[in-house]
Ligand binder design. Structure first.
Ligand SMILES: Cc1ncc(C[n+]2csc(CCOP(=O)(O)OP(=O)(O)O)c2C)c(N)n1
Ligand SMILES: [Mg+2]
Length: 385
């Protein structure tokens, strides 16, 4: 009896990881990249951002710094996967493929005063905003010193009161009404702050998205809604998520502009985010930006993406890897060469090795503190120690 039960569950597990021929046949090439030329295909009301050219008017130092963060995020993300696959990290969520959009958005805002409401995919964005590789790995390895939650939250729930990064919930899209709230507060208090909130195209199916956009549109709030459309919500493809081609078209229904942009084109995203931030600061209200991206890895370390998309599709998108595109651009501009890239990569390896050692040596949370950092702590309550 017991043996039968074990073998039944073993068979079920085996089947889950080895999809049958029918499932495999359905896993085709749904979304192939087209060099960005058809970004905005089927657009109804949104503006389509033009591809960028040259240096976008930015100093070489800034362009090089953008490369640093792109490469740092990629290398740290890879290290997180290694830690997971070697049994050290229980769970990781990857942002590989989204880096150009995230780095561009962070550079376009004022990181000394604006408010960031990220989602779990925003590793590169949070690095630019000020979280460090040490901070990130303390969280990934669930160490007591994890600055985002003292290891109470899952990794990738980025937050920092000091840096104005608002903590998110695991429930998809709940950060959107929060962002409308911080933008409303900034408007009432006249702080001049802009809120940047990020989410996936899957999240745009939630009521939270509608409520946040509606409220922000009515009150002309200083908020940028940045949809990182990577064509999948775990296994659910875009066409099963959104009945139109572009999420940005929905902005018209809320009374503010929508813009579609190639999310692998760093300077194109930078430009639209700058314009959206300027609009917000002038009191003209929100903008919905939809960056077309692709995630290169499975949804998370617990997902097997071979069950819903083909390796050929993933390979095709990797040919438009935003990191490689940015490297190519900087080489063309004469800002980077082999030597400079080798030096940057060497430095990044040092930084990430240091963060790994630091986090591995850091203590785990003390079990006697289990009820801290979960509920609000006020002087005089039992939690305030
Ligand atoms: C309300 C809710 N439903 C389902 C989930 C499980 N879930 C976590 S992430 C995710 C996919 C979200 O996809 P998308 O918004 O496109 O973002 P992406 O992960 O593709 O960046 C789902 C379904 C959840 N966390 N919350
Ligand atoms: Mg998605």
């Amino acid at each position: 009896m017991a043996t039968g039960a074990v073998s039944a569950s073993a068979t079920a597990i085996q089947k889950a990881f080895q999809p049958d021929a029918r499932t495999q046949a359905q896993t085709g090439h749904r979304y192939l990249p087209h060099d960005g030329v058809d970004v905005g295909k089927g657009t109804i009301t949104a503006t389509v951002a033009p591809p960028s050219a040259g240096d976008g008017g930015l100093p070489a130092e800034t362009l090089r710094e953008m490369y640093w963060y792109m490469a740092l995020a990629r290398a740290l993300d890879e290290r997180m996967w290694h830690l997971n696959r070697s049994g050290h990290a229980p769970f990781v969520v990857s942002g590989q493929g989204h880096e150009a959009t995230q780095v561009a958005a962070a550079f376009a805002l004022d990181r000394t005063k604006d408010i960031l409401v990220p989602y779990y995919r925003d590793l590169a964005l949070c690095l630019v905003w000020g979280l460090t590789p040490r901070d990130i790995l303390l969280s990934v390895l669930a160490r007591a010193g994890d600055p985002t939650s003292g290891a109470r939250q899952m990794p990738a729930h980025y937050s920092s009161a000091k840096l104005r990064i608002v903590s998110g919930s695991s429930v998809v899209a709940t950060q959107l009404p929060h962002a409308a709230g911080t933008a409303y507060a900034a408007k009432i208090r006249r702080t001049g702050q802009v809120t940047l909130v990020c989410f996936g195209e899957g999240g745009s199916s939630k009521g939270d998205f509608h409520e946040a956009c509606n409220f922000a549109g009515i009150h002309k709030l200083p908020v940028i809604f940045l949809c990182e459309n990577n064509h999948y919500a775990i296994s659910v493809p875009l066409e099963r998520q959104v009945a139109i081609d572009n999420v940005a078209d929905r902005a018209a229904g809320y009374g503010f502009p929508g813009v579609v942009v190639d999310g692998a084109d760093l300077l194109a995203v930078y430009q639209v985010c700058r314009e959206a931030a300027d609009r917000a600061r002038r009191g003209e209200g929100p903008t919905l930006i939809e960056a077309k991206v692709y995630r290169f890895n499975p949804h998370s370390s617990d997902d097997d993406d071979r069950t819903y998309r083909s390796p050929e599709e993933v390979r095709a998108w990797r040919n438009r890897d935003p990191l490689l595109l940015w490297e190519k651009r900087l080489r063309e501009l004469g800002i980077l060469d082999d030597q400079a890239i080798a030096a940057i990569n060497g430095k990044i390896k040092q930084v990430i090795d240091d963060a790994t050692d630091f986090a591995e040596r850091a203590p785990l949370p003390d079990p006697s503190t289990f009820d801290r950092f979960v509920y609000a702590e006020h002087a005089g309550t039992s939690q305030a120690r």
